[in-house]
Design a protein around this ligand. Structure first.
Ligand code: PBG
Length: 323
């Protein structure tokens, strides 16, 4: 035999030398859940080890992560039911705690890369990402709300917006709104191929943002579709998205790979709440080695073509990477 692939696997030194994919803290964006008030910390029951934090504790968490080498954060607000309405009014109220905290974070840690979520659901009494009328999710009317929301977020000094709503035309619309208001430097990480997935369950627990009726199938993608992801990607690319995202990650590695092959912009993948919950549950039951399964999953997402991974494992994985 003149080809013996096992020769390159025979020692740690050789294996390390020929390793194709290497994870680093630079790959990660850490999603964080923000609570109103101070000194508040509650664990998400379906996401062991993940806490909703009030501003003071979140600032400490970000400081700790920055020291570990994690530089990117995606902040989501936990909005009390009393603040919700059909038009997501609080999403663009500059006095609302989410916007105030974003400003504070950027003042304290200008070096951190902060992404915000642009979608109506955390603030919507309907629990949908767009305006609901007679049971339908309106597209173009929703864009106006998203534009106002994105502008309010931009004014806090954040680095990038993450439109996660899946309305048609939103990337182009938001790019124009940002540019017209002098925010041409703010990037757009678009949730390009966002599937109507069962894996978002724990996130909706964390934010208490589950739809009050129906599902999200008229705007999020059908898990059976692959060509359609290329169409979404083409639109977002043409409309000016700086980064294209696939979500969820693990059940959609083919989509990550397709986007990586076809678009010359960084590709992000969102290793979502349900993917985190599954591994944690199995680990807690002793059914698999949680740390190894975590690293293998993250590696597979990067190997598939993701340049950036949004993951609740960011801190834990970075701890392991740093050794
Ligand atoms: C809301 C949004 C969702 C997630 C990120 N932004 C949930 C949804 O669309 O229902 C899910 C993230 C996760 O599950 O970790 N627009």
């Amino acid at each position: 035999m003149n080809r013996r692939p096992r020769r390159n696997r025979q020692s740690t030194a050789i294996r390390d030398m020929v390793q194709e994919t290497i994870l680093t803290a630079d790959d990660f964006i850490f999603p964080l859940f923000l609570l109103e008030g101070s000194n508040q910390k509650t664990e998400v029951s379906s996401m062991p080890g993940i806490f909703r934090l009030s501003e003071d504790l979140m600032l400490k968490e970000i400081e700790e992560c920055l020291k570990l080498g994690i530089k990117g954060f995606d902040v989501f607000p936990v909005v009390d039911e009393k603040h919700k309405d059909s038009m997501a009014t609080k999403s663009h109220d500059s006095e609302f705690f989410y916007l105030k905290t974003l400003k504070k974070i950027k003042e304290e840690f200008p070096e951190a890369m902060i992404v915000t979520d642009v979608a109506m659901d955390p603030y919507s009494s309907d629990g949908h990402d767009g305006i609901v009328k007679n049971g339908e999710i309106l597209n173009d009317k929703t864009l106006e709300v998203l534009g106002t929301m994105a502008l309010a977020q931009a004014e806090t000094g954040i680095d990038m917006i993450g439109p996660s709503d899946m309305m048609d035309g939103r990337v182009g619309y938001l790019r124009q709104v940002l540019d017209e208001n002098g925010f041409e430097k703010i990037g757009i990480m678009s949730y390009t191929a966002k599937y109507a997935s069962a894996f978002y369950g724990p996130f909706r627990d964390a934010l208490d943002s589950a739809p009050k009726f129906g599902d999200k199938k008229t705007y999020q993608m059908n898990p059976s579709n692959r060509d359609e992801a290329l169409l979404e990607a083409q639109l977002d690319f043409d409309e000016g998205a700086d980064i294209l995202m696939v979500k969820p990650a693990l059940a959609y590695l083919d989509i990550i790979s397709d986007l990586k092959e076809n678009f010359p912009v960084p590709i992000a993948a969102y290793n979502v709440s349900g993917e985190y919950a599954m591994l944690k549950a199995a680990d807690q039951k002793g059914w698999l080695d949680g740390e190894q399964a975590m690293m293998e999953s993250l590696l597979s997402i990067k190997r598939a073509g993701a340049d950036i991974i949004l993951t609740y494992f960011a801190k834990e994985a970075t701890g392991l990477i740093n050794g």
